[in-house]
Design a protein. Sequence first.
Length: 257
Amino acid sequence: MSTLTYPEPPGVLKLIAHEVRWQLLSALAYSDYRVNELGRLLQKPLNLVSYHLRLLRSAAIVQERRSSADARDVYYSLDLEHFQTLYKSAAESLHPALADVQPDSNTPTIAANHPPVRVLFLCTHNSARSQMAEALFRHLGQARVEVCSAGTQVTTVHPKALETLRNHDIDTIGLHSKHLDRFLGQDFDYVITVCDRASESCPIFPGDPERIHWSFPDPSAFPDPDEQTGAFLQVFAGLEKRLKIFLTLIERNQRAG
């Protein structure tokens, strides 16, 4: 009778099995955070949080980016696509069929018996990132969501933002820069900041909406026209990934509730 040999569990499974690292990943699945914010959220010492973040970064599961508001600060985010690749590979190492499981649909659907989810996107000037997020999320969520965007300062919508949206067949009708004060008396389910300055100065909203931060660089800050075009495309791609995942999370929470 032959003896089976059992390989070591994949490294990614051993890495994420630790309680603190799992808590960090659970937090970063929703929002980007700084170390001090993660320490408060997890109620753990900052040196312990930093240690486990370093392990997650070494596996490229977590990324870091300097804050555009204060370069001394670093925001951490979950690289969900890379994490998914590692996780699928780990499942496949147990049995090839586990990597072939596909969801019923690539498009998440919010339960029909729920009212539209109200989301406000914020950035400093409401000219690029938050405008793109507003238009794209309205396109993805359609009647299931009510979407607004605003800024702490009012300017105009950047032409490259409009161009990028139109090149992806996203409707830009009605997009215009709006001040945050216009929405302070309204109730939202989620308030999502897409620039670091807005995140660090965002006021308290009525109804205690869930606060989420996605740290994106300002694409309009690139002076070279070609680099700027590429930066807008990168922000659009990053927003699209995050928003599709966000819709899936909303659907899961609604079904659980």
